[in-house]
Design a protein around this ligand. Structure first.
Ligand SMILES: Nc1ncnc2c1ncn2[C@@H]1O[C@H](COP(=O)(O)OP(=O)(O)OP(=O)(O)O)[C@@H](O)[C@H]1O
Length: 242
């Protein structure tokens, strides 16, 4: 089943078309890598999915319903992390995570506490529980943003370069978080320039070049079976050799 379907999406700035997607679908329960060069249109696609910017044309279907930008109820079921730590500096870590949990509609304090403890432990940041976010390092802020994105058990996680600034151990923890999440039916749409991460955890990759999707849902296993890496595959696609 496709959890997310983009159809005939176009985004213009003035007279310039920066994004033109005829169709793209994301299968439930998978990790779907979204790759492309700087300026290709990855963040624009993600911002459109998240309703941060509106497309000039086209529609997005999420869990069989067309997204309504004026009444974005779908956002409750999606976790999002942009490429910078989108956190509230003036809150402590625990205040922030509780706030995000309540914002996403979680009501049971015991359940919220259990979840928060689970993820603080997973990323080994329990000791910062009562620290003001503004006093955290960039990487630890990013971990708080990542935990905030998954705290409400969303059906879909949409990530734009989420591992920027994370150390290797934290990246490992991030990958294991995602594999556990998808093993229980969660879906991930992950834009990243870290192709080793994509190679290791993604099921499929789609490639965008100059605002157009040039490869859709190519199996990572298939790429590996053809004795090439995701990195070499991406380069050959954007250079027009594939
Ligand atoms: N507000 C804006 N006004 C005009 N052009 C914009 C605006 N936002 C993005 N663009 C253009 O849209 C294109 C796609 O940008 P986008 O940020 O989606 O790329 P990206 O693939 O995420 O790149 P990167 O890997 O560098 O993050 C670029 O040419 C960019 O300059």
């Amino acid at each position: 089943m496709d959890i997310l379907i983009l159809k005939n999406i176009k985004k213009m700035y003035d007279d310039i078309c920066v994004l033109s997607i005829d169709s793209l679908s994301i299968k439930k329960g998978t990790i779907s890598g979204y790759l492309g060069r700087n300026g290709a249109g990855k963040s624009t696609t993600i911002k459109i999915i998240m309703g941060i910017i509106t497309p000039n044309q086209g529609e997005i279907t999420f869990q069989n319903e067309i997204m309504d930008y004026k009444n974005p109820t779908h956002k409750k079921y999606i976790g999002y992390c942009p490429d910078y730590p989108a956190v509230f500096d003036k809150l402590t870590v625990i205040e922030h995570l509780n706030f995000m949990a309540y914002l996403f509609g979680l009501k049971n304090p015991k359940q919220i506490e259990t979840k928060i403890e689970k993820y603080l432990k997973h990323f080994e940041v329990e000791k910062y529980k009562y620290t003001l976010i503004k006093n955290l390092s960039r990487g630890n802020k990013q971990k708080v943003a990542i935990i905030s994105s998954i705290i409400h058990d969303p059906a879909l996680l949409v990530y734009d370069e989420p591992t920027l600034g994370l150390d290797p151990l934290s990246i490992k923890q991030f990958k294991s978080m995602l594999t556990e999440y998808t093993s229980t039916g969660g879906t991930v749409f992950l834009s990243s320039h870290s192709l080793d991460i994509i190679e290791e955890i993604a099921d499929t990759v789609s490639i965008i070049n100059d605002g157009e999707i040039v490869k859709k849902n190519i199996s990572v296993e298939q790429i590996r079976n053809s004795l090439t890496s995701v990195e070499d595959y991406l380069i050959s696609v954007v250079e027009g050799r594939e």
